[in-house]
Design a protein around this ligand. Structure first.
Ligand code: GDP
Ligand code: MN
Length: 340
């Protein structure tokens, strides 16, 4: 006796769950794309919930594969609980040590002093080395992981995020067909104390390599002063759909190497969000960056809820339009709008 009463259930066959529509581009055409999720074994419950939501809202129709990454091997329990959630291929990878841990070139005394000072100032994750490892990995290494190399496009997902609306189009195909390299749903201000010297290094890099600055770039999103000072606006990178050939290309490779040499991922607490955002905004024309109003998305404490009322209704959104972050005082959407 197992304590479970057998119940005679006849499952409804799969054919009663048809694709969203026959005209989705994705049915017979898919991009060379994957989801990527960085997580710890302890993130299991949140990871399961996020995958379940993206499957329900999007991926059960599209079956894009998943790559899950961790600096420690994923536990059998983690792999087991995640694997049941999708019919798509799921791969679990361990991150090479040299892509994750603080490099020996960093002066640990100076790094520790930086951490202590941030703790005193009450800066979130100010004392955390692992958070810094994570930010540097997301800035310069995830797209070089062996499991990621075969893909061009990725959609970044985190544990415990929410997808509030049906997504009945293929964002990867949209981006491929419209020559986009980076997509976001939420834009906001960075905490200045995490990146006090970042913009100075960005300006030095541009002086060294002016050829990387794109014509018609999105400097107007980043600066009120034509590039002299940084207004702290960035795309919130816990949601990203982007083209890894941009990160793997010459401009970003040189940019990341240059920033990494300055040590600011450890001496300060540079986030992958400002690093990615500054590069996308400066080294690509602004019309290659896409804002997806259609994708209802939440990462605590902020939500992007579609502004378009037909989208909100037709895609059965669960978000409250009144809670849409786009024109919150802390949002940078108005800086994005002025480029349009
Ligand atoms: P926040 O969104 O800035 O508050 O940072 P999170 O704690 O959500 O971390 C961002 C992402 O990195 C999430 O996908 C986490 O699961 C992941 N992450 C953060 N720290 C670590 C770590 O030390 N190891 C691993 N493997 N993943 C981490
Ligand atoms: Mn997060």
């Amino acid at each position: 006796f197992t304590g479970v009463n057998p119940v005679d259930i006849t499952p409804i066959p799969d054919r009663y769950f048809p694709p969203f529509s026959n005209d989705t581009l994705s049915v017979d055409r898919r991009a060379n794309a994957t989801f990527v999720i960085l997580a710890r074994n302890s993130d299991i419950d949140g990871t399961v919930r996020s995958i379940r939501e993206i499957e329900d809202r999007f991926n059960r129709r599209f079956r894009y594969p998943y790559v899950l990454l961790n600096e420690e091997p994923f536990s059998d329990e983690f792999k087991k609980r995640v694997s049941v959630l999708s019919a798509a291929k799921m791969e679990f990878g361990t991150i090479p040590k040299e892509h994750w841990y603080q490099p020996s070139s960093i002066d640990e005394g100076k790094a520790e002093a930086g951490r202590n000072s941030m703790v005193e100032q009450g800066i979130i994750y100010g004392g955390s080395v692992s958070y810094r490892n994570m930010c540097r990995f997301n800035s310069g290494f995830f797209f070089r992981h062996p499991l990621m190399e075969k893909y061009r496009w990725y959609w970044r997902i985190e544990p415990d995020v929410h997808f509030h609306c049906d997504i009945k189009f293929d964002p990867f195909i949209f981006m491929e067909e419209n020559n986009k390299i980076y997509a976001f749903t939420i834009a906001m201000y960075e905490f200045e104390k995490t990146i006090p010297t970042l913009w100075g290094h960005v300006k030095d890099f541009i002086k060294l390599h002016p050829q990387y600055l794109a014509k018609d770039n999105a400097m107007g999103f980043l600066s009120e002063t034509g590039g002299d000072t940084y207004n702290l606006c960035h795309f919130w990178s816990n949601f990203e759909i982007a083209d890894m050939s941009f990160w793997r290309g010459e401009a970003y490779t040189k940019f990341f190497e240059y920033l990494d040499q300055q040590g600011g991922f450890y001496y300060e607490r540079w986030g992958d969000a400002p690093v990615h955002s500054i590069a996308a905004a400066l080294f690509a024309p602004s019309n290659q960056i896409q804002f997806f109003d259609q994708i209802g998305y939440e990462h605590n404490p902020y939500t992007h809820c579609p502004r378009d009322e037909n989208t909100w209704k037709d895609e059965k959104c669960t978000c409250d339009p009144k809670r849409n972050f786009d024109y919150d005082g802390y949002s940078c959407m108005s800086k994005w709008d002025r480029l349009l």
